[in-house]
Design a protein around this ligand. Sequence first.
Ligand SMILES: NC(=O)c1ccc[n+]([C@@H]2O[C@H](COP(=O)([O-])OP(=O)(O)OC[C@H]3O[C@@H](n4cnc5c(N)ncnc54)[C@H](OP(=O)(O)O)[C@@H]3O)[C@@H](O)[C@H]2O)c1
Length: 263
Amino acid sequence: MSESDPQSIGFIGTGAIAEAVITGLNLHGDFVGEIFVSQRSEARSRRLSDRFANVGIETDNQSIVDGSQWVFLCVLPEHARDVIQQLDFRNDQTLISLVAAFPVAELAVLAAPVARVHRIIPLPPIEHGVGPLPIYPPNSEIAALFNRCGHALEIDNEDHFSAFSAASSVMAAHHRLTATIAAWIENQGLPPEVAADYASHMVHSLAELETRCSAEELNSLAHDCLTEGGLNEQVMSELQKAGWFEKLTRRLDRIAVRLLAVD
Ligand SMILES: NC(=O)c1ccc[n+]([C@@H]2O[C@H](COP(=O)([O-])OP(=O)(O)OC[C@H]3O[C@@H](n4cnc5c(N)ncnc54)[C@H](OP(=O)(O)O)[C@@H]3O)[C@@H](O)[C@H]2O)c1
């Protein structure tokens, strides 16, 4: 608990990411304030309130807003505008949106007279107290809270913030890559749990190494693993020939265009 933490926070939309954030805040973020969630997503809300004594279930979205110093908007992008238009905010509240492609300027108009509007991009591993969490515009109180259950990055440019949103689109592909390696090991005759154990810990250890690198070191890590005529060189040159890395860059370009088109 930090002195700058709010006494109460509320979640409009109690879906997958709201559950991960609430779990991370409670288990790793040392957050002791009240947390209000929506009755609407009943199974998830009940699971949260059964698990954490500080989670209370409210019957409607306005009650969540009324009881909260900070309000997190966690509904799908296609519902966000309708949902926020129906809510009345006070001028002492902070609105924190998780919704992609919903700019701060538009949120501020729809939530007027709310005092502060911010956007954040938590990722599912926040549940375990890890992962990057960009915040736009910068806010030291939000950063202080989320630095206790992840790695907060305060960003002062909304287009730059959107680049992180685009970059997070590789999550599913990353998991598929790890699962493909595990499945291949399993196909060599190993038990599935052993295969998954090796693949996931290998990927985890490589990511751990990456987080300790400077930008320059990160750039040269792949090269450092290449021994002439070695196994890594063979895989790398075949993937390069197939255009893997250029394709990934082009796909991220397309995602960024999609996000900017809505912003
Ligand atoms: N998942 C991620 O990794 C991630 C990461 C960063 C940001 N985000 C953003 O976070 C938002 C939520 O994503 P999600 O993955 O958590 O989606 P989700 O699991 O589908 O959750 C959305 C929740 O909103 C609820 N909802 C819909 N309309 C509502 C309303 N009028 N009032 C109250 N609740 C309402 C839904 O309830 P019902 O189930 O009853 O319809 C559902 O529980 C999205 O905008 C997404 O872009 C997600």
